[in-house]
Design a protein around this ligand. Sequence first.
Ligand SMILES: Cc1ncc(C[n+]2csc(CCOP(=O)(O)OP(=O)(O)O)c2C)c(N)n1
Ligand SMILES: CC(=O)[C@@H](O)[C@H](O)COP(=O)(O)O
Ligand SMILES: [Mg+2]
Length: 613
Amino acid sequence: MALLEGIRDPADLRELPAEEMPALAEEIRGFLVRAVARTGGHLGPNLGVVELTLALHRVFSSPRDKIIFDTGHQSYVHKLLTGRLDGFDGLRQRGGLSGYPSQGESVHDLVENSHASTALAYADGLAKANQRRGRTDRSVVAVIGDGALTGGMAWEGLNNLVGAPDRPVIVVLNDNGRSYAPTIGGLGRHLHDLRTSSDTWLDVYTRDGHVVEDNLFTNMGFGYIGPVDGHDVSACERAFDAARAMRRPVVVHVVSSKGRGYAPAENDQADHMHGIGKIDPETGEAPKSSGTSWTKVFADELCAVGEDHDEVVAITAAMPGPTGLAAFAERFPDRAYDVGIAEQHAAGSAAGLALGGLHPVVAVYSTFLNRAFDQVVMDVALHRLPVTFVLDRAGITGPDGASHHGMWDMSILGVVPGLRVAAPRDPARLRETLREAVEVTDGPTVLRFPKATAGPDIDAVVRVDGMDVLRRSRGLSLDVLIVSTGVLAEACLQAADILEDQGIGITVVDPRWVIPVNPALTGLAARHQLVVTVEDCSRTGGVGACVGQACADAGVRTPVRNLGLPRAFIEHGDRNGLLADMGLSGEQIARTVRDHHADLCVPARTGAETSPR
Ligand SMILES: Cc1ncc(C[n+]2csc(CCOP(=O)(O)OP(=O)(O)O)c2C)c(N)n1
Ligand SMILES: CC(=O)[C@@H](O)[C@H](O)COP(=O)(O)O
Ligand SMILES: [Mg+2]
């Protein structure tokens, strides 16, 4: 790896002769496979941008020239070329390199948000700032994938970028034909036609670039250069030079292949190793996973629901595999819709499907529902439409860090009139609440579950008014009511064991449907000295806040304390380690409950009250 080890800064790269680029690319590919096989990460996307990224850093002078990576999952090569070769052993681990650009890591990193389709907005703003400040000596370059280009924000960006022909921005479209799955819709078809219609890929550029007469981009007002071979460093360099010389908004259409140069990724028909865990670098094989994921439990039950409910249809935002909808699509191909990376459209289209008499199930990662909040409120809930949103990766996810933790869904959804949220604690409750959700006809429902292996079922001692009492106080004192949400039930029960041994009477209740607050919960709260709510979601506006509000509104004076995630961006790490950092392990919950109970300075009650039967 002599060449790669000699690059500590893009300036070192620019010193190398063009003839060294193929060898350097080879070194980078070999390094990526070995490193990501050890840590997991986005191997496929990064293998696809090796030559493209070399050309970017040879033509443009970051950080004076700004290079923005849309989504950012394809920025490993950029990190290797900007002095972070040694950090890859800690990729996506606590205290290690982020899997996305990170301002704290490098001056060459600009956008940390890994939500797709935002790069053109940043580029628009940066270009305007350069123009305002008379900075005519630098470029703004946005690298966006064909998948990210299916997102609505990307079209808002394109529309604004061409609004000012005199404000140069270079849009590098990295077109590998897919997100996880092949890129859908008219854009997918158009790009395919552009990729295949040119008899020869452009490798010679006149000063004004090679403008193709008539395509989507030229008709909008962009200069267009392409299609360019994304695995030919020199061709990419010539294209970027030509684009810069045009001094106007330009799209450079680069054609690449995800997983390039590593047979197990190239042959992976699912998604060319888009995002992987640890693998054997020789074979590409992953160790057999122990246990069943929450996603698999959902995928299987949705297929069963589909058999029983002909009105149920499913929508994914370019993630059929990761959300589990691929199984439903295989079973019911005419009842599954992939709308591209377009969560807002997914929610709006779901509203249309519901108005048409169907019951759509929209499966997205919790964090990506943020993007469709207005559609959930105004297009679905306002019309009281029967749409079920299934939020995978809810709560702390782990390796993808701050913009992927699904830690705001219950906080933002708590304010939506008529919307109901369930947080199943185990596979049995996921199956149960999913079936309950698809029976709801007068408004939206939401289920949320984590990126984790699904644990064993936790049966209730008794179900009272739809809520599951998981633990009744062993003694007769009703000191503390722990309101457990979702998978944290296991930690709450561990805490209950510890606290009971310390003489504090604990009731643990799982409301199952956590928003709006079950009125019976306030009655249960009234019979205890203290209520402690526990959730894998932001404490701000989460279930705990809703319970406190409900108790206050019901005139229940029992103090309510909320355990959950802080109003902060939480770095990447492993899920359990981060939950423990946030005080959400069994032991920590017990310690916090004990402290709150001690603060009440009230002796444990004896006898008079009755535990819920
Ligand atoms: C708003 C949003 N929805 C979903 C995702 C999940 N996601 C991460 S990468 C990806 C596919 C990106 O495809 P593309 O832009 O073509 O980049 P490629 O992986 O092909 O390089 C998706 C859907 C996301 N990051 N942001
Ligand atoms: C980049 C992106 O948003 C996704 O690829 C994300 O990495 C999802 O990862 P998991 O599916 O492993 O949770
Ligand atoms: Mg793509």
